[in-house]
Design a protein around this ligand. Structure first.
Ligand SMILES: NC(=O)c1ccc[n+]([C@@H]2O[C@H](COP(=O)([O-])OP(=O)(O)OC[C@H]3O[C@@H](n4cnc5c(N)ncnc54)[C@H](OP(=O)(O)O)[C@@H]3O)[C@@H](O)[C@H]2O)c1
Length: 340
């Protein structure tokens, strides 16, 4: 293994996830040489990284030359077009956009759970990260599945505004200011008010009445846990929180697992922090998860309404744990494999 820093391109560097990639690299002191990309019309020309101003470039020929990996934190069409071009220049695409999530030959990876699948990225030159809520869900349910066999999952996902990127954050900020000043907010960017409201739609509705984001929770979880018969259903609700998705999870396992056993198991699991002392009012909350790469798990209790039932509440920073930190770790693992 050489000591040469990882050569990393970040596409969508000026966006919510792109900036979280830079924060993750800084927070973990990852040795890295960066190239940053955004649109030609981006409002941002320079981004600060470790006290230096780095230029934000626009994509063009040879953009990926010399790069080990490129994190795509852009709209999906851009990843569809540019990921193959990156691979043609010898650079792995780590795709967060959803463009490749359902392609069977593209590995779907949650670092800390199935890192071993990163090597399969060489099939198409792409490794995909799952959708934001599925990263913390897999980190928490993976160890439970390994120990007791997860048969069924029912999850309510409380989506933070930043799950909709800069536009979501901007919209909630404007709404809060307007509402607290007794004015009607302008809803030009998002169709329903988020401020002081709950919106039971994230994604587009399909024929059966679920949204595509809700369907993705089950399909991505089945792939990640290698559990094709796992039954799963999800309800996605946008909540007036800026950062940090919450997940109320009900699980049925094939073998019994007491709450105390689940707590001990999760305490020993990578990427998981057990925050669970309800008597002392200690449990996961979005404000505790911001800038954390781990999923916070608490309110772990047995569900007496069914055989082998457990209830849990999870919270994770959607930009870090749900996207950026996972992508950086995938890129690091790829480099480790390539350099032996
Ligand atoms: N937000 C989350 O919680 C989350 C979680 C998991 C996955 N993701 C996925 O990650 C991606 C980025 O999400 P985000 O929340 O960071 O969105 P965002 O805040 O809206 O940022 C989008 C970024 O993409 C860039 N971009 C847009 N069109 C482009 C183009 N044609 N060429 C090059 N760059 C372009 C933007 O650059 P400009 O500055 O030039 O506009 C900006 O840097 C999306 O695919 C999203 O689905 C998001």
């Amino acid at each position: 293994m050489t000591d040469r820093p990882m050569q990393l391109a970040v596409l969508g560097a000026t966006g919510s996830v792109g900036r979280a990639v830079l924060e993750d690299l800084e927070a973990r002191s990852v040795p890295v040489a960066l190239r940053l990309f955004a649109t030609a019309s981006s409002e941002v020309d320079l981004l600060e990284f470790r006290g230096e101003e780095l230029e934000v470039e626009k994509l063009g020929d040879k953009a990926f030359r010399g790069c080990d990996a490129a994190i795509f934190a852009t709209p999906a069409p851009l990843a569809r077009e540019w990921a193959p071009r990156a691979w043609a220049e010898g650079c792995l695409a780590v795709d967060l956009t959803g463009a490749f999530r359902s392609a069977p030959e593209v590995p779907l990876v949650v670092a800390g759970w199935n890192d071993v699948a990163v090597a399969e990225g060489k099939a198409r030159g792409v490794v995909a990260g799952p959708s934001g809520p599925v990263v913390p869900l897999a980190l928490a349910l993976g160890p439970i599945h390994r120990e007791a066999g997860v048969e069924r999952v029912v999850v309510t996902v409380l989506y933070a505004a930043s799950g909709a990127g800069r536009a979501g954050v901007r919209q909630l900020e404007k709404e809060m200011v307007a509402l607290l000043n007794g004015e009607e907010p302008d809803l030009s960017e998002i169709s329903h008010r988020m401020g002081f409201n709950l919106v039971p739609q994230v994604g587009a509705f399909g024929a059966g009445g679920h949204t595509d984001d809700e369907v993705a929770v089950g399909s991505e979880l089945r792939r990640l846990l290698l559990a094709p018969t796992l039954a799963a259903t999800a309800t996605a609700i946008r909540v007036p929180v800026f950062y940090g998705h919450g997940l109320a999870v009900n699980v049925r396992t094939s073998r019994p697992l007491a709450a105390e056993e689940a707590r001990a198991l999760l305490r020993a699991s990578p990427g998981v922090k057990v925050v669970d002392a309800p008597g002392e009012r200690v449990y996961p909350m979005p404000m505790l998860a911001v800038n954390d790469d781990a999923v916070l798990v608490g309110r772990i209790r047995e569900d007496a309404s069914q055989r082998n039932g457990l209830d849990l509440f999870l919270v994770a920073d959607n930009l870090r744990c749900g996207a950026a930190s996972n992508a950086v770790r995938i890129a690091q693992e790829w480099v480790r494999i390539q350099r032996g």
